[in-house]
Design a protein. Structure first.
Length: 353
């Protein structure tokens, strides 16, 4: 399928007082020393090119000398808040190597490259505009995926840690052709599980540049995992296909791999495995997930047309009336997770979606 899967540019949704209380109770809320709007006051920029002299759609921004000193110091403070307890004793050993601004996409983030001058180790983090649906997406990823996420938020600024890996589009173009048959079969398996996980938790727009492939060396082989890096399209769109990465044309090379390396029974088995894993995470997440679903149930993170279309499309697959009765995206999320949990605890899971 093509770009028309995404019907419109998603608006930003404000944080409700209930969501703010939730974030504070789990140490996600912080009074940052610098805000997204502060970084927009840059004096100029230069295009960032990759090693092949191709425009990366990022620009490196610069500030006046006076502002840069204050901004650098505050960005170092944010790093200490994100990765430790805010202790500033080591701040003198940190250096802000670059501040990049993305001109593409909905969130238009700033990417901060920060380096330890004692050993030259560096990492990144991102500063974005706050968006309630993105925060729901980050929290669901934290609770329902194999990965913990570290982020901080306040009323108008969202700070996210960097998720390391090879961007999916670059992996498909430059790395996938060089993988051996065993690695390709393993990537196909992981993609089936990633596709299933994205659909179950209604995370949309997993085009190749919105996820990363993470290679890990394990004895005499390389193990590949797939992680989303963009949570902008959490429970917004009305088309179920938006929540199924298999339907984006950018992912076709991996879908071709799935078809060539896995038979129908294997694909079903991997889907069942992933649903079972998600169901166990639903159970183990306890009150945290229940609280978040309760808050999202009363929140507005989409529009009526999208909600009505999505609940009807899911009902066609599941025949579960709970989807038709949903009056918000939060209720739809609850119905989806309850459906997974019920089938895990009571029946064979072949019937899901």
């Amino acid at each position: 399928m093509d770009e028309k899967l995404i019907s419109q540019k998603k608006p930003f949704f404000k944080i409700t007082s209930e969501l703010e209380v939730f974030l504070k109770s789990y140490d996600r809320w912080v009074d940052t020393p610098i805000y997204y709007s502060d970084l927009l006051r840059f004096s100029g920029s230069v295009i960032v090119y990759d090693k092949n002299d191709k425009d990366t759609l990022w620009v490196s921004v610069y500030f006046s000398d006076t502002e840069r000193r204050e901004i650098d110091h505050n960005l170092k403070k944010i790093y200490t808040l994100l990765h430790s307890d805010g202790n500033e004793s080591g701040i003198q050993y940190l250096n802000i190597d670059s501040i990049d601004y993305c001109t593409f996409g909905n969130s238009k983030p700033f990417r901060i490259k920060i380096r330890n001058i004692l050993n030259d180790n560096f990492t990144y983090y991102y500063i974005k505009q706050t968006d309630a649906s993105r925060i729901y997406g980050l929290e669901y990823e934290h609770m329902l995926s194999p990965y913990n996420l570290n982020f901080l938020v306040n009323n108008n600024t969202l700070i996210e840690e960097h998720i390391a890996g090879i961007p999916g589009d670059i992996f498909i173009k430059d790395f996938l052709p060089n993988c051996n048959d065993s690695e390709k079969a393993q990537i196909a398996k992981e993609y089936v599980k990633f596709n299933e996980r994205s659909m179950i938790r209604l995370l949309g727009d997993m085009r190749a540049y919105n996820y990363v492939v993470v290679p890990t060396h394990d004895f005499d082989q390389v193990v590949y995992k797939i992680r989303p890096i963009d949570f902008d399209q959490q429970s917004f769109e009305g088309k179920l296909s938006v929540y199924r990465p298999q339907f984006f044309k950018e992912n076709m090379p991996i879908m071709d791999l799935v078809r060539s390396k896995l038979n129908h029974d294997s694909i079903n088995q991997y889907k069942i495995e992933e649903r079972s894993i998600v169901a166990r995470r639903i159970i183990s997440s306890g009150n945290r997930l229940k609280k978040l679903l309760n808050i999202m149930q009363g929140d507005k993170v989409s529009n009526t047309d999208n909600l009505n279309r999505l609940k009807n499309e899911i009902y066609k697959f599941t025949k579960d009336d709970a989807f038709l009765k949903s009056t918000s995206m939060g209720e739809l999320m609850r119905a989806a997770l309850n459906f997974v949990r019920f089938h895990y605890e009571n029946v064979n899971m072949h019937g899901f979606f």
